[in-house]
Design a protein around this ligand. Structure first.
Ligand code: NAD
Length: 476
């Protein structure tokens, strides 16, 4: 297993690991469906075997994170994805038959799905298990070797991930790398056959520039500001429940967490009241509740508090919605609403990625949809409505990675739905069949048999034949 200690990873190590996997992928270029299924199976078994260690490592890395929450958000979707891939792999790998033009008859045509080779995966800290092993599932299902670069902010989780990957797949399939920005930068400059990056939009730009050097195709799974639009017909109590579910999970440190709310002024008081009620049910002791997750580190905490300070100084009212307890304690920060912050403030310029919730008001749906349309395309959009027309307008007029009606976050756990952003929130997708296609090369295969009709069309061009061609062929 190529498992090099984080502090010691050099560019030579990265190059050597890549070269080795590339060599193996060239020697064993097309693993059978049985081999791939077996690899996925052993990955699944290793995850199960190390489940407890993984959950407690996550807890250590976050300072505090409920075991149940980690299981729910990291392992449930991951296991679902592995099982779905195992079930569908045979079907996904089947070549797709295509038509042959009459001029080429007799012949057969198809598209085969070939492993691309060596896939690079760079993952962030917020869901360090799911976002490292999830892309790996797609890469392995498509028959590739993979190099993983995990986040430097989750050292405890990385130790267990390394064991899982080492035990289940081994060094013929995977190389596991830890390291800081320098390692990540060098990693993204390797001539991968495909590179999947999950992280911030700003780093996504660097990754794409690095990948351009080798024309490495990239999938960018980025972040951004995912709006939650409360339509006039929305059931406010239901909206608040699902909003709290989506925003409090991992304390809002979720790429698809609702970033801000758009509602009508007449809805605002009730909506906030219901949010408070739901938070009191979730966290009766406020941020001191066992199940409330910490912000991952000091830097992130300072960033979030900076947004609140800046907004407060600008005259924005910030309201703590927790039922009781302090606003901050041991890396935990209370769920707070910011009333109508303007666009110049950090909290509206940047992805929040924490327990702060700006609430903006709109007068009619056209205004709300225009607000969303005029901003960078989000990773997710949430619409709460009872009105089919609102839904259709939203489907057609907004562009986002995913659109969820009357819930939040649940799109991520759908093994049969692709996941990815658009515009500033990313490009390309994985999960489901789309993941398999992302990591496969769709190669056109054309096999010619029998007589060669095209031989009639070579110089010297005979008049009769070409008159016939001119008349009919373009339209056949
Ligand atoms: P980040 O962009 O800071 O880091 C992500 C990874 O990139 C890490 O492994 C890091 O080591 C590496 N990296 C950092 N700087 C780099 C550089 N200059 N060159 C090359 N690699 C570099 O992101 P983060 O703080 O770990 O995660 C939070 C961000 O990730 C948020 O914006 C969130 O929305 C996004 N995210 C997106 C998804 C998604 O699926 N779309 C999922 C989770 C998180």
């Amino acid at each position: 297993m190529t498992s090099i200690s984080p502090s010691m990873v050099s560019q030579d190590d990265l190059n050597a690991a890549f070269k080795r996997l590339k060599g193996i992928s060239q020697q064993h270029a097309f693993p059978t469906v049985q081999v791939r299924t077996q690899l996925l199976d052993s990955l699944l078994k290793a995850i199960k075997q190390h489940e407890d260690a993984l959950l407690s490592a996550l807890q250590k890395d976050f300072g505090h994170r409920a075991l149940a929450e980690s299981r729910l958000v990291e392992l449930v979707p991951l296991v679902g994805e592995i099982k779905h891939a195992q079930k569908k792999l045979h079907q996904w790998m089947r070549p797709s038959r295509r038509k042959v033009h009459i001029s080429t008859w007799p012949a057969s045509a198809k598209v085969m799905y070939q492993p691309k080779g060596v896939i690079g995966v760079i993952s962030p800290w917020n869901y360090p298990v799911l976002l490292c092993l999830g892309p790996l599932v797609g890469a392995i299902a498509a028959g590739n070797r993979a190099m993983l670069k995990v986040s430097e902010f989750c050292p405890e989780t990385n130790k267990i991930l390394r064991v899982i990957v080492e035990q289940s797949l081994g060094d013929k399939w995977v190389s596991f790398m830890e390291g800081d920005v320098d390692v990540a930068n060098g990693f993204s400059q390797l001539p991968f056959d495909h590179l999947l990056f999950t992280g911030s939009t700003s780093v996504g730009r660097i990754i794409m520039r690095n990948a351009a050097e080798h024309l490495t195709p990239v999938t960018l799974e980025l972040g951004g500001k995912s709006p939650l639009l409360v339509a006039p017909s929305a059931n406010l109590e239901d909206t608040a429940k699902k909003l709290v579910f989506g925003k409090s999970m991992n304390t809002g440190q979720t790429c698809v967490a609702p970033d801000y709310v758009l509602c009508q002024s007449a809805q605002k008081v009730d909506l906030i009241r219901y949010i408070k009620q739901e938070l009191a049910r979730y966290y009766p002791d406020g941020i001191l509740s066992e199940d409330y997750t910490s912000v991952i580190n000091e830097r992130q905490l300072a960033r979030l508090k900076g947004y609140v300070d800046e907004a407060t100084k600008a005259g924005v009212a910030c309201e703590n919605l927790m039922p009781q307890g302090p606003i901050e304690s041991e890396g935990k920060l209370a769920f707070q609403v910011l009333h109508q912050p303007d666009d110049t403030l950090g909290v509206m310029q940047e992805e929040i990625f924490g327990p702060l919730l700006p609430i903006l008001t709109y007068s009619d749906m056209s205004e709300a949809l225009a607000y969303i349309q005029q901003r960078p395309r989000p990773l997710s959009m949430y619409l709460f409505t009872q009105d089919a027309q609102d839904q259709t307008r939203c489907e057609q007029q907004t562009v986002s990675g995913s659109l969820v009606i009357n819930h939040t976050l649940i799109q991520v756990a759908q093994a049969d739905l692709p996941f990815g952003g658009v515009g500033a929130s990313g490009m390309g997708a994985y999960h489901a069949e789309e993941g398999f296609r992302t990591f496969s090369h769709s190669k056109s295969l054309l096999r010619k048999r029998g007589p060669n009709m095209l031989a009639l069309l070579r110089p010297p061009y005979r008049r009769g034949i070409h008159a016939l061609v001119a008349k009919y062929w373009p339209f056949l």
